[in-house]
Design a protein around this ligand. Structure first.
Ligand SMILES: O=C(O)CCC(=O)C(=O)O
Ligand SMILES: [Fe+2]
Length: 219
């Protein structure tokens, strides 16, 4: 499942995070890529340091407190966020993400957009699947999450600058089809509650939703 989540960051937060990043130093992004992804990765990433640590904490907190993200990804842990920028034709060619990062299994990949789509040309995140390619380019503060099992790429940025935060979640539920079923059940349960309240049917859905999560959760 590829899911887009609106307003993970408010416009004020986005603005503030952009100003913080503008004062930080960036380095060649190849430092954090596996050997074959290195061959196609062309971007810059904010350099390690105290400012990066604080920014990571702030943005991770906003992501983890988002209800839709937590229901779609069922995150157990996040890898340290990367803040990446692409300009002047930079891109990231087709690759699959490393299965483990900092000892965290990567089940869900996600990108949080930090600048508005009309401020740069190109820079779509293209996610490949058997049914074709999906191009994603979202407003600032929006996030896209997709299974880390997918091949994907970032199209060349031919004008302006693309600025994003990127990270990975280890999920309590490693299989993306199972995560999708849990997400649908949870949404059905909440929808039923909104229209009819806590009926016996709601209770049955709540029971099945909780018990499937219990059955599949790896703690
Ligand atoms: O910038 C993005 O949207 C994704 C980048 C990416 O694929 C990666 O860092 O592995
Ligand atoms: Fe990637």
């Amino acid at each position: 499942m590829v899911i887009t989540i609106a307003d993970v960051l408010s416009p004020v937060d986005v603005q503030d995070i952009r100003s913080t990043l503008a004062a930080m130093r960036f380095e060649d992004g190849r430092a954090t890529a596996g050997w074959s992804a290195k061959l196609v990765k062309e971007n810059e990433q904010a350099k390690e340091g105290p400012a990066l640590g604080l920014l990571r904490e702030r943005v991770s907190k906003a992501i983890l407190s988002n209800v839709v993200f937590s229901l779609a990804a069922r995150p157990k842990a996040l890898t340290p966020l990367l803040f990446s920028r692409y300009g002047g034709g930079q891109h990231y060619g087709t690759h699959v993400d490393n299965p483990l990062m900092d000892g965290i299994r990567t089940d869900v990949s996600f990108t949080l957009f930090l600048v508005d789509p009309d401020s740069y040309h190109g820079g779509e995140l293209v996610i490949e699947s058997v049914s074709g390619e999906e191009e994603v380019k979202l407003p600032a503060g929006f996030l896209v999450a997709y299974p880390s099992t997918s091949l994907h790429r970032v199209a060349p940025v031919t004008r302006g600058e693309r600025l994003v935060a990127v990270s990975w979640a280890q999920s309590y539920v490693r299989d993306s089809a199972r995560r999708e079923m849990l997400f649908d059940l949870e949404n059905a349960k909440r929808g039923l509650f909104a229209t009819s309240g806590k009926t016996p049917e709601f209770d049955l859905l709540a029971k099945t939703s909780a018990n499937l999560f219990r059955m599949w959760a790896e703690t």
